[in-house]
Ligand binder design. Structure first.
Ligand SMILES: Cc1cc2nc3c(=O)[nH]c(=O)nc-3n(C[C@H](O)[C@H](O)[C@H](O)COP(=O)(O)O)c2cc1C
Length: 226
């Protein structure tokens, strides 16, 4: 963001295979709440883009012998040979003041398509490592990130001592291992528990709660004037 362009940017990376799902409605609600809060919103819908989630040697310049993914990422950044789609997504990531990962909780984690987005777009040498350090020294330091997700389990089941265990424990590998690792300050997640069990009226109320939480997070996340 430049001094002359005051609107902060939010990048929402959305991973749900069904446009009619609650997760997708939740993402659209969050996007509108961010626009209402003055954000320019960029939505990357991984399923509709048919994003290929596997980090493979074929996306790099030919490698003789042992393929080391992070070494190739660094080399591709230096040589300007990153895969064109990865480069596009990386540029959109670097341009965003706020990153929102939007998904249904699958196996207590990100759906594979979204995990693969992190594998390929959190490029070593561009967002961490190389000329950048880790955590506070990584390229995305000073920016905010937030998880926006749905679950099958109830909120009670995710309490400490609940049948599924503490949500904070499940989120640690994403919050610390992915987002803080590349420099983000992590905001509180926005979660809708068990939307499949809600009536239409309850779903509408849940979307209102999402709108409110995202508006609060947006106010919290506004970057300082640069
Ligand atoms: C492959 C897969 C794995 C899942 N793993 C979990 C899980 O670990 N914990 C959980 O609470 N729900 C789990 N669920 C249920 C989804 O989180 C739930 O159906 C979804 O969040 C509901 O939102 P939606 O209607 O937008 O899909 C899983 C569903 C699928 C398809």
């Amino acid at each position: 963001m430049s001094t002359f362009d005051a609107a902060p940017t939010a990048l929402i990376v959305h991973a749900h295979p069904e446009p009619q799902s609650f997760s997708t409605a939740q993402m659209a609600t969050a996007a509108q709440a961010l626009r209402d809060a003055g954000y320019r919103v960029d939505v990357l819908d991984l399923y509709s883009e048919a994003w290929a989630p596997t980090l493979a040697r074929e996306e790099f310049a030919p490698v003789e012998g042992h393929f080391k993914p992070q070494a190739e990422q660094q080399r591709a950044v230096k040589d300007g040979t990153l895969d064109a789609t990865v480069r596009d997504h990386l540029d959109r990531l670097l341009a965003a003041d706020l990153l929102v990962l939007s998904f249904p909780l699958w196996w207590f984690s990100l759906p594979a398509i979204l995990k693969g987005w992190v594998d390929r777009v959190f490029v070593m040498g561009a967002v961490f490592g190389g000329d950048h350090g880790l955590f506070g020294d990584a390229a995305l330091a000073g920016k905010r990130a937030m998880l926006l997700f749905t679950t099958g389990g109830s909120s009670e089941s995710f309490q400490r001592g609940g049948t599924l265990g503490s949500m904070d424990d499940f989120l640690f590998h994403i919050h610390r291992g992915m987002l803080e690792f590349v420099g983000y300050q992590v905001l509180d997640p926005v979660v809708t528990y068990g939307p499949a069990h809600l009536t239409d009226q309850e779903r509408a109320t849940a979307l209102d709660a999402v709108r409110e939480s995202v508006a609060l997070a947006a106010a919290d996340a506004r970057p300082a004037v640069r």
